[in-house]
Design a protein around this ligand. Structure first.
Ligand code: MN
Ligand code: MN
Length: 334
């Protein structure tokens, strides 16, 4: 039998190589893993335990909340607020930051998470996920909202868990990207995808074509050139995918390349994009760049954006490096 490496072993061994690392971080990661295993179990049980469907409420973004949006938010908070590794949390599902309850010690990290990404897919039995981003927090008093508003390059760790046919965790701590598959029998994530790298060239794109009439000219141009196939300027045929679940789109791109876009569009000038900078774009950009890809708004590298508010939205273009660079070039030439 080949020697299997668990996520815990992998993190501890990786940390041994880093002089500044302490055991706190591995403990934090283990607690995140515990929460995600609970979520994986709930998602898998589905209607057997009555967790599907709408909760009859809206989140701060004005989106209808699913029951599982709220349940998974509570799982993350309850798994992490007592541990002593965190100074505070921020979640896509609640308006203000989540503080550590009185009586528990404050740690040196902040976590930001989307507890259930792609939750509109949950009733369809399609892939959903949990996305998280970890920052180091200044020591001293309790964190304020400003402590969370940091550029993406300051992230110390980002990851996502995919609840698909298998449950998988994809993780970076700025030393490449690795993937772990949950062995349901023993309840451990096992290293299955080492040093994931995104192919530079691709012939696959993912975009919500139903919004085409609202796109800006550079996006119109890029997609139009793809659609022209072998007879067009790209001189090859492209394929399209659209799962409407960021975790699933990013996982596909990590596996076989491609480009995903939720670009700026002209529908509502007050909204600069669809996806959230702090819970979705930043952690995915960290992972994508660590895997050799690129991630941009079309005009600016995602990881360089200085956030102004905690639920800020951004346009998102991510995937194979050469394709993202081409799309950015089309924006600059506009
Ligand atoms: Mn989401
Ligand atoms: Mn969500």
């Amino acid at each position: 039998m080949t020697n299997r490496v668990s996520l815990t072993q992998f993190i501890i061994e990786q940390q041994r190589g880093l002089p500044e690392a302490s055991g706190t971080f591995s403990l934090l990661l283990n607690n995140i893993v515990t929460a995600c295993k609970q979520i994986s179990h709930l998602v898998n049980q589905g209607d057997l335990i009555g967790v599907l469907g709408s909760a009859g409420s809206e989140n701060v973004q004005g989106e209808v909340q699913k029951k599982l949006d709220i349940i998974t938010h509570d799982i993350m908070v309850n798994a992490l607020n007592w541990t002593g590794q965190l100074a505070g949390m921020a979640s896509e599902e609640v308006d203000s930051i989540v503080t550590i309850p009185e009586g528990y010690p404050r740690g040196k990290y902040l976590i930001l998470f989307d507890p259930l990404d792609g939750s509109s897919n949950i009733d369809l039995n399609l892939t959903v996920g949990t996305i998280f981003s970890i920052l180091r927090c200044r020591e001293g008093s309790d964190p304020t909202v400003e402590d969370f508003l940091r550029v993406g390059t300051e992230q110390v760790c980002a990851g996502f868990v995919l609840y698909g046919p298998s449950t998988m965790m994809v993780l970076t701590t700025a030393h490449g990207v690795n993937g772990f598959t949950l062995d349901q029998d023993i309840g451990e994530f096992i290293l299955t995808h080492q040093a994931i790298t995104i192919p530079e060239e691709t012939s696959e794109f993912a975009i919500n074509m139903s919004n085409q009439r609202f796109w800006e000219p550079p996006v119109q141009r890029y997609i139009d050139e793809c659609l022209q196939g072998t007879g067009g300027p790209r001189q090859k045929n492209f394929n399209m995918r659209w799962i409407a679940s960021l975790v699933a789109e990013v996982y596909r791109i990590l596996t076989r390349g491609g480009v995903f876009m939720y670009p700026y569009d002209l529908r509502d000038p007050t909204k600069s994009g669809r996806l959230r900078l702090l819970y979705e774009a930043n952690p995915m950009a960290f992972i994508i760049e660590q895997a050799g890809g690129a991630c941009s708004t079309g005009r600016q590298r995602i990881l360089d954006i200085k956030p102004t508010e905690i639920h800020q939205r951004v346009p998102l273009v991510l995937g194979s490096k050469k394709e993202v660079e081409r799309i950015v070039r089309y924006h600059l030439e506009m």
